[in-house]
Design a protein around this ligand. Structure first.
Ligand code: HH2
Length: 256
């Protein structure tokens, strides 16, 4: 899954895709490189990010969805707002990626009505404050438990299918993130596909001293290859072409 942020304040590529043409060209280049999903986001969820009104988020994502609709890429929309999800699905998006795990019953109803699957992510707290003092008694048990409960609720509400995501960096310390990545075999044993999004995140800086987000692609690749090797079905990445290449090589090795 390639990341297409159409926000002026995304932590690693803010402003770059602000122009529609650039966003569309970037998505097409990802598809040509072999990416299966493009995740379009009109509101940054980085720690400390300010909320964006729905009309502004729609102004950012709808033109991109309309331009890419029907081209063969699975279009995912990264949003927490039911009204944005509904309009995005009506405009041709296929999948809702909700970092609040479809906690809002309205969000479940929107996906169910449109027959759209959803990615359910775990987050402790909310983006503005989530990194202040994250704590868990048992991070793996709590996050996996939460995801299973949210999956049950979503499916019971008529959402046709769900993808589970432990939410790397969302209300988690380095130790929490590492514990969740190490526990992936448990989560991927279940019936639902698992997505991991570690691309350019702060944990790579904590591990390898890489202060600038755009310099963290090697660390992202290492984390995502680990995720894929331990059963993750989808990895969400900025450096999409490099990931396709590395995953193809890993797949060839595993086939032997
Ligand atoms: N991470 C981000 C945003 N959305 N969705 C899922 N399912 N999993 C993730 O790990 C995830 C996500 C944050 O990364 P990014 O999109 O690069 O930044 P921003 O939110 O600032 O646009």
């Amino acid at each position: 899954m390639g990341i297409l942020n159409v926000t002026p304040d995304s932590f690693s590529d803010g402003g770059r895709h602000a122009a529609l043409d650039a966003a569309v060209a970037s998505a097409r280049a990802m598809r040509e490189a072999g990416v299966l999903f493009v995740d379009i986001g009109g509101e940054s969820t980085r720690p400390g990010a300010a909320p964006v009104p729905a009309h502004e988020e729609l102004d950012r994502v709808l033109p991109v969805i309309r331009a890419l609709s029907g081209e063969g890429t699975v279009l995912s929309v990264d949003t927490m707002k039911p009204e944005v999800a509904a309009a995005a699905l009506a405009a041709g998006a296929h999948l809702i990626n909700d970092v609040t795990g479809l906690r809002d019953p309205q969000m479940r109803a929107v996906c169910a009505d449109a027959g759209a699957p959803a990615c359910l992510m775990h987050m402790q707290g909310e983006p503005r404050t989530m990194q202040r003092d994250p704590h868990y008694a048992d991070v793996v048990q709590e996050v996996h438990g939460y995801l299973h409960v949210q999956a049950r609720e979503a499916l019971a509400a008529g959402v046709p299918d769900v993808i589970l995501d432990p939410g790397i960096g969302f209300g988690k310390t380095l130790d929490h993130n590492l514990a969740l990545l190490r526990a992936l075999p448990e989560l991927t044993e279940g019936p639902h596909p698992v997505l991991i999004g570690a691309s350019r995140k702060r944990l790579i800086d904590f591990i390898a001293d890489v202060p600038e987000a755009q310099d963290r692609d090697p660390g992202s690749l290492a984390l995502h290859l680990h995720a894929a090797r331990h059963g993750a079905a989808i990895v969400r990445a900025h450096a999409a072409a490099a990931h396709v290449q590395a995953l193809r090589v890993q797949t060839a090795l595993n086939a032997g």
